[in-house]
Design a protein around this ligand. Structure first.
Ligand SMILES: Cc1ncc(C[n+]2csc(CCOP(=O)(O)OP(=O)(O)O)c2C)c(N)n1
Length: 341
């Protein structure tokens, strides 16, 4: 059965609605291209897809105001959010291919990068849960500097079971920090189903323990996620403190390309195919008369051209120079010193 999709556009105009459609298609097509590069052994390391989850990543990140200094903290599956926050496809492809002129110059992989001085997103660390205290620190620093910035952190159902998550979440809540935490219930953490992660009725219920606001939303309903994230961002910016948004979504692929997802019953995957966030969103725009099929064709042509150009550029990029291996370490001849960053 096709899921009901909300039609409240939350004041977004046609241009903005189409921009969201562009980011959705860009995310999906970029990942499809990365899969092709992975199969050609051109991607170094793992490839962690967000197929089926692009809607919540894009919509939540779209609710921030980057001109205010707002900061997104993605995890490996939130490629859509960093595209919204300013990441360029060529940077992402170079990073996946470990190229010498990629954002981390071959030192880190997938979307483990970000320069808070120039981008609206920060690089993540892999230890699940640990980014929540980091985001508490960033939003506390923003407040101490008298800035009105809001932070938005993504965390998985698995990640929200860690001690670091709870410590950072509690600290942020008690300090009433301007932080929005998007908890993604996407069915599984690796092969562990969500119900084995927690006995809480919903992940949003975790907010009760620290005394902050929470909301549960259909994560495959782009406008619903945008609405919830906008409310949470306003609440944070006006001194209301933390909001936990639980998004109900599904990981349509295995943990990464090497995982064939054999632990997920095929009928569950079929059921979630019907709820595809991108198709649902486009259907709503058509229904509202905000877009025509030709708009989506034009968006897809633009996305295809941008990705093809980015792949060409990244393919021509050099691999890292071995002489650079000693740079970017603590102190001494560091990347930031040598690049004036
Ligand atoms: C503290 C910690 N434990 C284990 C891992 C290994 N690990 C990486 S991703 C992952 C599953 C994450 O699941 P979830 O948080 O639900 O996010 P999802 O992959 O579903 O997006 C695990 C266990 C890790 N990175 N950090």
């Amino acid at each position: 059965m096709t899921a009901l999709t909300t039609t409240n556009t939350h004041g977004l105009d046609r241009e903005q609605l189409l921009e969201i459609a562009y980011y959705l298609r860009l995310t999906r097509s970029l990942e499809e291209k990365l899969v092709a590069l992975f199969r050609q052994s051109k991607v170094i390391g793992g490839l962690y897809r967000s197929l089926g989850q692009e809607g919540e990543s894009v919509a939540a990140a779209y609710a921030l105001d980057y001109s205010m200094g707002d900061v997104v903290q993605p995890l490996i599956r939130n490629i859509g959010s960093i595209l919204v926050a300013g990441a360029k496809p060529v940077e992402i492809i170079r990073q996946y291919m470990a190229k010498g002129d990629g954002p981390t110059r071959g030192r880190e992989l997938n979307i483990h990068f970000g320069n808070p001085a120039t981008d609206g997103f920060i690089g993540q660390i892999s230890m699940l849960g640990d980014m929540i205290p980091v985001m508490a620190g960033i939003t506390l620093a923003g407040r101490m500097q008298g800035r009105d910035l809001v932070g938005l952190a993504f965390i998985g159902d698995g990640g929200s079971s860690t001690g670091a998550f709870w410590e950072g979440f509690n600290f942020a809540a008690v300090q009433r920090l301007p932080l929005v935490i998007v908890v993604e219930d996407n069915g599984y953490a690796y092969s562990t189903p969500s119900y084995k992660q927690t006995a809480a009725r919903t992940l949003a219920d975790k907010a009760v323990a620290v005394g902050c606001m929470s909301e549960t939303v259909d994560g495959n309903d782009v406008l619903a996620v945008y609405g919830a994230a906008s409310r949470a961002v306003d609440h944070a910016r006006t001194g209301g403190g933390v909001t936990l948004i639980e998004v109900k979504t599904f990981r349509m692929k295995g943990h990464a390309e090497h995982d064939n997802q054999a632990y997920v019953p095929p009928e569950v995957i079929e059921e979630w195919k019907e709820k595809d966030p991108l198709l649902r969103y486009e259907r709503v725009l058509l229904q509202l008369g905000m877009a025509a099929t030709s708009d989506f064709d034009a968006i897809q042509a633009r996305v295809r051209a941008e990705i093809d150009a980015a792949v060409d550029e990244a393919e021509r990029s050099p691999m890292p120079d071995p002489a650079d291996a000693g740079k970017g370490l603590f102190g001494g001849d560091g990347y930031w010193e040598t690049n004036g960053g």
